[in-house]
Design a protein around this ligand. Structure first.
Ligand code: NAD
Length: 519
């Protein structure tokens, strides 16, 4: 798995050909926005009551009208997926891998169009959006690679006599629901769906309301690649549709990516009749530690990119910095300047970095946090909604740096806005203690030049994905097959990370087989 074409780290705004095709694709997407979209239940294209979403870049632009799945639709989709799954499981795994590889290639071929759709839908910048779509393709490729590497997870075992044929096989569970978040609606529907399908499960995808258009594009690529309708299905709607899937006895496994509150409720309710696998990837409150020995150029760049990229709405976004007191003043001054230097562009522009937050609720959360910081601490830069020029039409807010007391909710709660809190500490031990003191454990970053400090950080930090001295992103920017991604503690159930060597196995259950042969 080397030689990736496009990643978050390698994308460049200077690629004129890419920018030209993106501009054309964005216009083509714009012309298609506002359509009515059905549910896809087996061969059935179903229309019904709809909800409408708008672009956070410009709220006068309607993304589409999406059908809300009702109780009958959920019953039907589960029944149809159950009926379709055995034939898919019986399809040789090599064929399933070929079909999924074809889906990955189609997603790559369509990446510019799908990225432009994503940018309109959730406000992701051009390069980040192309990166996400390519990530979807590479997640799927990683899982077919894992299936091949394990030869389909069927191996002969030792035997006590010649008359016994023993083997160990990994088999699919049946019907798998994939519930996605708004911030990675392409990769976090396509990646888990790809893993479930490679493993031989049937899939019911339920994207976030705000990711429904992207969900349709992923579904379309899977179908066009040859995944049979019924083996993959798409239902849209809000939390009530997700909840109906969670509570349906015919759903055998689930992958949820979203907030810790919803994820924890799924973990607690999904296995009510018997143990069932629920892979839940949840929120983060990701710390950056800047040691006294840090290279501050790297630290400022990496922290700014992770705090302010995509409006602070990556689950891996940096939202807390613990900086050694000996370098705190200089680090903070430079971080503030770096935040203020972010150009006031649109994410739809070539090279645009600034993204809006996703909706009015996120603006409200931002404004409440800023008011709290003004009251209990200090707003060092930012703190206001951006309403000039093209920003007037969307949910844009200024990249913000604050200083607040250690027990402030700003230091503890995931806000999902471009706001980072800095705190001075007296030692690396204190920084680690502060970083680990909250229930989240998704990503973390360290800037330090001393090997002993790096070793201590790697040994003691409680997080699933950790980076050291990374200017491309202190806490963000994982790539399948390179940086497996997932959380510890309240950030994730799995302890096995997406895009990593232990992920696919979660979609399979082990069966030990002994067949005694009689002459
Ligand atoms: P969310 O929890 O509001 O919604 C996620 C999905 O769950 C949506 O599809 C929603 O419709 C559905 N849902 C809502 N209530 C439900 C219920 N009761 N039962 C079943 N499904 C329900 O999250 P969001 O705002 O879309 O996404 C942002 C969150 O996702 C952040 O907390 C972020 O950190 C997290 N996230 C985590 C990762 C990760 O890998 N750990 C990746 C991306 C996002």
């Amino acid at each position: 798995m080397t030689g990736f074409r496009v990643t978050y780290a390698t994308l460049s705004a200077d690629d004129d050909e890419l920018q030209a095709s993106y501009t054309a694709a964005s216009a083509a997407v714009r012309a298609e926005l506002g359509a009515h979209h059905p549910l896809w239940i087996g061969e059935d294209e179903r229309f019904g009551e709809t909800f409408t979403t708008v672009s956070p870049v410009d709220t006068s632009v309607q993304i589409g009208h999406f059908t809300i799945a009702d109780g009958d639709d959920v019953d039907d989709v589960v029944a149809i997926a159950r009926a379709a799954q055995p034939a898919w499981a019986a399809t040789p795994w090599q064929e399933r891998c070929e079909i999924l590889d074809r889906a990955a290639d189609l997603i790559s071929e369509r990446s510019v169009f799908d990225a432009a759709a994503l940018a309109w839908e959730n406000g992701k910048s051009r390069l980040e959006a192309i990166g996400e779509v390519e990530e979807t393709a590479d997640l799927i490729r990683y899982y077919t690679h894992a299936m091949r590497e394990h030869s389909g997870f069927a191996i002969p075992m030792e035997r006590f006599s010649e008359a016994e044929v023993t083997s160990d096989v990994m088999r699919p569970y049946g019907v798998w629901a994939v519930i996605g978040p708004f911030n990675y609606p392409n990769a976090l529907i396509g990646g888990p769906a790809g893993a479930a399908l490679v493993a031989g499960n049937a899939v019911i995808a339920k994207p976030s309301e705000i990711g429904s258009y992207s969900g349709h594009l992923v579904y379309r690529a899977l179908i066009d690649a040859g995944v049979p309708p019924g083996v993959v299905n798409l239902v849209t709607g809000g939390g009530e549709v997700g909840s109906a899937l969670v509570h349906h006895p015919g759903v055998d496994g689930i992958t949820f990516t979203g907030s810790s509150t919803v994820g924890m409720s799924i973990i607690q309710s999904f296995s009510s009749s018997h143990p069932k696998p629920a892979i839940c990837e949840m929120g983060g409150k990701n710390p950056v530690i800047v040691a006294a020995s840090a290279d501050l150029d790297l630290a400022v760049e990496g922290t700014a990119r992770s705090a302010f990229g995509f409006g602070g709405q990556k689950c891996s976004a940096a939202s807390r910095v613990f900086v050694h007191e000996s370098v705190a003043d200089e680090f903070v001054a430079r971080l503030v300047s770096r935040a203020e230097a972010i150009p006031a562009t649109s994410p739809l522009d070539p090279g645009g970095f600034l993204s809006p937050v996703v909706n009015q609720a996120a603006v409200d959360r931002y404004e409440a946090a800023v008011a709290d910081a003004r009251h209990t601490g200090e707003v060092l830069t930012g703190g206001s909604r951006l309403t000039d020029g093209e920003h007037a039409a969307g949910f844009f807010v200024a990249p913000t740096v604050v200083r607040v007391p250690p027990d402030s909710t700003i230091m503890i709660s995931e806000l999902f806005v471009p706001l980072i809190a800095v705190e001075s500490v007296g030692s690396l031990d204190e920084a680690l203690e502060r970083a680990n003191a909250i229930p989240y454990g998704l990503t973390a970053g360290l800037f330090a030049e001393e090997q002993g400090e790096i070793d201590r950080f790697l040994e003691q930090i409680e997080a699933g994905v950790v980076y050291v001295n990374r200017a491309a992103g202190a806490t963000t920017g994982a790539w399948p097959g390179v940086q497996p991604f997932g959380g510890w503690k309240r950030s994730g159930t799995a302890g096995k990370l997406g895009g990593g060597p232990n992920y696919l196995q979660q979609y399979l259950r082990e069966q030990s087989r002994t067949v005694v042969v009689h002459d």
